[in-house]
Design a protein around this ligand. Structure first.
Ligand SMILES: [Zn+2]
Length: 169
């Protein structure tokens, strides 16, 4: 795994001065540190983790979004979801995996998976700002399988977009 911290420091648990500075300044959060150590400890069991890039961990309302490199969502969701379950159990949070530097559609599809994204468009507000409207396909009468308000906050924190979420009938 490529992360903001040295693999050596993550493995030993003793941080070098560079890594220490990143944690102290808040550039790297405690959540990030915890999950980076966890992913590294799972590399032997799940070798595809060796090639992922771990950019960021954003925690909102009991949900942690991991921002990883392009193509890494598939690596983290492999093994029938065992990796994500392990991270979820260890942290006690619900985990979302997002990729860095992808287009809005891919970002929103990952954010709201497994709900299908039907439509995405931009709404211009009178004050010149924009909101991104996303219409999701609802599955019958069941409530959405994630906290929609938390997803909106994650979209704002990770991509600086304001979401308006609607459901198609
Ligand atoms: Zn280090």
């Amino acid at each position: 795994m490529k992360s903001q911290l040295c693999n050596f420091c993550l493995k030993s648990g003793i941080l070098c001065s560079k890594c220490q500075a990143k944690v102290k300044s808040g550039e790297v959060s405690d959540t990030y540190l915890e999950i980076a150590r966890l992913i590294l400890s799972l590399e032997n069991k799940y070798p595809p983790l060796q090639s992922i890039a771990f950019h960021e961990a954003v925690e909102v309302d009991g949900v942690i979004a991991l921002v990883v490199g392009r193509g890494d969502v598939a690596r983290l969701l492999g093994y029938g979801g065992k990796i994500i379950r392990a991270i979820g159990e260890k942290t006690g949070k619900s985990i979302r995996i997002l990729e860095k530097a992808v287009d809005n559609r891919k970002f929103l599809e990952d954010l709201f998976a497994p709900l299908p994204v039907m439509t995405i468009n931009t709404i211009w507000l009178p004050d010149g700002t924009t909101e991104t409207r996303v219409i999701l396909k609802k599955r019958g009468r069941r409530p959405p399988p994630m906290n929609i308000e938390a997803m909106k906050k994650i979209a704002k924190a990770v991509r600086n977009i304001v979401l308006r979420v609607e459901f198609s009938r």
